[in-house]
Every structure is written in C-alpha cells, then in structure tokens.
Design a protein around this ligand. Structure first.
Ligand SMILES: Nc1ncnc2c1ncn2[C@@H]1O[C@H](COP(=O)(O)OP(=O)(O)OP(=O)(O)O)[C@@H](O)[C@H]1O
Ligand SMILES: [Mg+2]
Length: 463
C-alpha cells in the first residue's frame, strides 16, 4: 500500500498543491486545516508521515505550530514530521528540529527537494526487514555493502559501518565527525559508493582551502566577464556534483558570510552562477565532515545553528584509533600488504612483538599517522622483518632531528614568533604555493590560510 501523508496547513491552496504533488509521486494524502483536525486525522488515519506548516495560525508566531508538533511527537514518536516554514522563520524550524521534527522545508518550496525530503524521512523511519541491523557481523556487512576499503572489526567501528550502510541508501545529509586521520573521507566515499548515486560524481570540496572572496565562484561557477579575472566560463563544484554526492570537508572552517550562502543552496536546492541570473536546480546528496566540535561552535556563535541542523540530519562519529586499538594490527597488516605490492617485496613482515607494541602507542594522528609510520619504517629500515626498534626509530625520528638542529635559545622568541617565521620561510621556499607549504608544515590548507591571515603574511589568493 502507498504511504499515507497528512498535510497540515490552514491555506487551502497550499494543501491542494502539496496534495497534488504528493499524489503524482504515488503517495496517498489527507488534509487538516487546524490543530484539532490534525490530531483527529492522525488518530484515525494513522499516516506514515506528516507535513506541518509552522505558520498556520493567524498570529503566525509559530507557537501553535510548535505546540502541535510537540503533541504529535508525543503521541506518534515514530512518525516523521516535516516542517514547512518561511525563510524568515528558520529559527522556528531549528526549534522544531530540536522538538523532534525530521526535517524542514522553506517556502516557496522546490518540488524535487520536497519529494526528496519526504522519501528520505520515510526510508529512515522504516524498520529494516532483514537481519536486525544492530547485529550484523563484519562478514554480513561485507555481503550487504561495499566496505572493502575500510579495514577494522572493532565493535565501535562495526556500529559505525552498520549505521553507514543503513543511511547510504537514503538521501539524508550526513555529518561525519572525528579527529584528524580517523577516516572521515573514506567514510564519505563509502556512503556514496553504497548509494543509488554511485555511478554519478563524488565531488570533494575542502572548504578550509577556499577563501571567503572566492567561495561563490568556486562553488557556483561564473560566466566569462562576471568579474575582472573571469576570463572564461567556469563550472562550479555544485554543478559538477549534480545528480551525485558533494563532500564538504572541513565545514567548520567556513566563514560566516559563506555559511549563509551555503545554507541558501542547501535549503532551496537552487543556485545562480555568477554573472547569470537564471536559477538552476540541484539534485545532490550532501555529506560534510569536520574535526571540530560544531555544537560548541554553534554555542559560541561561530557556526550558524540553522546550517548545523541542515547538514546533520544524521551524524556519524568516528572513533579515535586509541579507542579501537584492537584494529591496529589489522591496519598495519593491511598497509604492509599494500607495500608488498608497491615495492615488490613479498617477504615483508612485522614481528608479533612490534604489532603488540604499536597497539599501545598513542598515535594522535590516528590512522593517517599509523599509515605514514608503517610506510616510513618500511622505506627507511629497508628490512624484511620489521621489529619494535625499527618503528621506534621512526616514531621518534622527527623529534630527534629537530633537537639536533639549532633552535633559538629559550626566551629569545615566543612560540607564535617561531611559528610565523617558519611559515614565512616555507612560503619563500615554495614561492607562495599554499598547498606545498601546508604539506611541508603538516597542516591543512585551511589551517595555513588562517595562520597567514593571523600573521599578516601575504599570499596569492588565486591558488
Ligand atoms: N578503516 C580504514 N581502513 C584502512 N585505511 C583507512 C581506514 N580509515 C582511514 N584509512 C586511511 O587513513 C588515512 C586517513 O583517512 P582520511 O583521509 O579518510 O581521514 P580524515 O578523517 O579525513 O582525516 P583529516 O581530518 O585529517 O582530513 C587515509 O590514507 C585512509 O585511506
Ligand atoms: Mg579528511
């Protein structure tokens, strides 16, 4: 049977057009014009989803909407409610999300986006039929999904994989949180690969590397002549990702002005190319990642709360490697196997003692640090059987080298001055190539841009 959707709105024209849209998409619909009708219809018809207009009272304070939402969620906690609000009342929508709404749509709505949101909410609300997802073993996960690139059997990771498997099929936006090097990008790719969009593009954008002034032209594209430097037409990242998945990495680095611009696209699923006023539709799945605490940033006023709720319909939190250290031997084995092929060195091996020792290392850089450590050790030691000392040398190598070289004497320089002068030196060495400098200094481009601005070091924004 087709899912039944209850439309709650005092405006008969809105109800009629929503009803027509939903019916054409194959849903059954019912309508309610006020809270009393809504409660009655919910009780008798048992809809699978409800669309609730937040401004449906005459006073349009939204209080009635929030109150009704509260009642509906209390009576039918399993039934998703999607809110419809005006652009001016996004704060209301945010309140609604906190009150249990599944999603919110702003008026005037984009039909495709609304249908996508309905479909996603229904899929997420549906209990999975096969093996209860909470119990899938690593082998069952492998049978059901493509997780070949993700090594690990730790219960914490398996829980993440079960979650990722379940949400991949939907179009829900996902926020991936985790420390640096925990595998956020790999998870984003896995979500795409296991979705119905797998044959369409996966476009990665490092928001930390895009300056505020270039945000629009980079993301939305520009027409030739739109501004002085626009010599040719250029496609934006959203256009490249159309029909596929866009991966917005380091979303916590986005400045406030760009946050509004991003919110608008995610909200309306339409955008305009610079220098061209025609508005274009977007059909994309949005996956974001950050190693910062966005909730804290929201509390501090550094990240828009409405954008936060827009991007994290679902949150996937990746465990730090130290929290799943039983996976360290598996990961080392995996990296060594890859190196065997790269270096044609079939005899490459790691001693059991070394595997045990590696498990106990703190590795704040997580999987990336472990991978680098294994690669460096294989290269530098040149041995076939790697022992504890071989890894030890590489782990401490970086520090030792630094101490040997002359650092300024204590008190001669503050840490900030030392940092600024190291950055200046690297910028000169790499002729202002920000990517190379970031790599050499071991920071992200976003982190480097922030420091360049902080220390007032000139750089070429075009890069
Ligand atoms: N489960 C895993 N199995 C095998 N390799 C992994 C796994 N997770 C991560 N890696 C590898 O570790 C490295 C870091 O992963 P990734 O780039 O996805 O991390 P990240 O969380 O995006 O890091 P950052 O915050 O620094 O951008 C990559 O080389 C990736 O291939
Ligand atoms: Mg990353």
């Amino acid at each position: 049977m087709n899912p039944m959707i209850l439309i709650i709105d005092d405006d008969v024209a809105v109800r009629a057009s929503l009803s027509l849209l939903l019916k054409q998409a194959g849903y059954a619909t019912a309508q309610a014009a006020n809270p009393a009708e809504a409660l009655q219809a919910a009780a008798t018809l048992r809809p699978q989803l409800m669309l609730l207009d937040m401004n449906f009272s005459m006073e349009t304070t939204g209080e009635d909407g929030l109150q009704l939402l509260g009642q509906l969620k209390q009576l039918y906690p399993q039934v998703p409610v999607i809110l419809i609000t005006g652009w001016g009342s996004i704060t209301l929508a945010v309140e609604g999300i906190k009150g249990g709404a599944a999603d919110f749509i702003t008026k005037p709505w984009n039909n495709d986006h609304l249908l996508q949101s309905v479909k996603t909410a229904l899929e997420l609300a549906q209990p999975t039929t096969e093996v209860p997802a909470g119990k899938l073993t690593r082998k069952q996960l492998n049978d059901q999904y493509d997780f070949s690139m993700l090594v690990g059997e730790d219960p914490g990771l398996l829980q993440v994989l079960r979650n990722v498997g379940q949400i991949s099929a939907t179009d829900a936006s996902v926020l991936i949180e985790g420390e640096s090097g925990t595998g956020k990008e790999l998870i984003a790719e896995a979500i795409h690969k296991n979705s119905h969009r797998r044959k369409a593009p996966f476009v990665k954008v490092n928001l930390g590397g895009i300056s505020a002034s270039l945000f629009e032209s980079e993301m939305f594209g520009h027409r030739r002549g739109a501004f002085t430097d626009a010599k040719t037409d250029r496609a934006g990242r959203f256009e490249m990702a159309n029909k596929g998945t866009i991966f917005l990495d380091e979303i916590g680095e986005l400045d406030m002005a760009s946050q509004v611009k991003l919110l608008r696209v995610l909200q309306d699923r339409t955008y305009e190319v610079l220098g061209d006023s025609r508005s274009r539709n977007l059909d994309i799945r949005v996956v974001c990642a950050t190693n910062r605490n966005l909730q804290e940033m929201v509390a501090e006023g550094k990240f828009r709360e409405d954008l936060y709720y827009r991007i994290n319909l679902i949150t996937v939190k990746l465990p730090a490697l130290r929290e799943r250290n039983q996976d360290i031997p598996l990961l080392v084995q995996h990296f060594v196997n890859n190196l065997k092929k790269t270096y044609h060195k079939q005899e490459l091996q790691v001693s059991n003692k070394a595997l045990k020792w590696l498990r106990e290392q703190p590795l704040p850089g997580n999987i990336r640090e472990l991978k680098n450590l294994v690669e460096r050790t294989v290269l530098v030691s040149g041995k076939s059987l790697l022992e504890v000392e071989d890894f030890q040398n590489q782990l401490q190598g970086g520090l030792r080298k630094l101490e040997e070289k002359a650092l300024p004497s204590v008190g001669a320089m503050t840490l900030e001055e030392l940092e600024a002068s190291m950055i200046k030196k690297s910028m000169a060495y790499y002729h202002n190539n920000v990517s190379k400098v970031a790599k050499a200094l071991g920071v992200s481009r976003g982190a480097l841009y922030r420091r360049l601005e902080k220390f007032n070091i000139p750089y070429d924004a075009q890069e």
